[in-house]
Design a protein around this ligand. Sequence first.
Ligand code: KG4
Ligand code: ZN
Length: 358
Amino acid sequence: MLVLGIESSCDETAAAVVKDGREILSSVISSQIEIHREWGGVVPEIASREHLVKIDPVVDKALADAGVGLESIDAIAVTYGPGLVGSLLVGVSYAKALAFGLGKPVIGVNHIEGHFYSVEFDNGPITYPAMALIVSGGHTNLFFAPEAGKYKVVSRTRDDAAGEAFDKAAKMLGLGYPGGPLIEKYAKEGNPKAIEFPIARISDGRPDYSFSGLKTAVLRYIQENNIEPIRPGEEPNSEIKNVCASFQYTVVKTLTRVLEKQAKEFYPKTLIVAGGVACNQALREKAEKIGGRLGLPVFFPSKHLSTDNAAMIAAAGTFHLARGEASGLDLTADVTIRLQNHEVEDADLRKRRVRYKL
Ligand code: KG4
Ligand code: ZN
């Protein structure tokens, strides 16, 4: 089964050919980072215009790299949400036209579910129940998946996504865009305990995340200590490196504290950490430690599959195709879709506790 995946939800135009949901025959990613860098973040209108220019050559290259013609493709999987509506529409319209022309099925894939499936390439099939922390520039969610295709959101961010917080902190320090990799780079040379940034507590008792207070705390710290953002090409001083290290330490602690607490409540058999922020080594190490403490394997995508790509969309699409869940040609971009289709009752949890003798 050969699936052509197409991803255009944000600022990457990507296409991939994936065999049987596991074997990547090709994966092409055309990043718009250089175009958006000038603006310090993604400009939606520019992004959709750029997708229009890139989608055809990117799909052609994915087919050529895989050494297959369009006639050998069994289905087309495309991200239909969440994301930027103009960007999504380019991918969805292209995929539908291709599917119609070829007489092959098209499958609309939730981008977040794509990140979920990204771990299967390097780790093999997920053992369920699984608990997945999906952290990217647009999303921060902790899911419990009792079985394949069923998801309950255990925690979500109330405001900024974790990746967005990295990007905003980096911007305040003049580090550049995207901020995550730059903060991580300078954090390695700073002291994570130098500054005590706050970890948000949600007053209604839900285990949700919040990063806007941290963002304000970083801004206040920068102002109160007269820290000047660096200029392009300038090396940050030790004060900036300490802000990076302390900020990263706080984000990782915020994310993993909830992960560990909820894993103890839901009794998963696998922990998953995916999405762009899963590139972060400090987050990986902390998640590994938690896995060790709980006796659970932790699945990460390899780093090039952590950020947006089309192979993960093809993998999630293959799963749905196998269940006969292809979309119709009325598929359209939907920025509001959520990956939540399952509720877990207390009784279910108690049953699992007995079954796993936990
Ligand atoms: O998954 P992704 O490519 O796009 C979205 O779906 O949003 O994630 C991009 C995000 C950006 O916010 C970027 O700063 C963050 O992932 N990121 C990182 C690292 N690499 C990328 N955050 C922290 N540490 C990193 N090494
Ligand atoms: Zn993403």
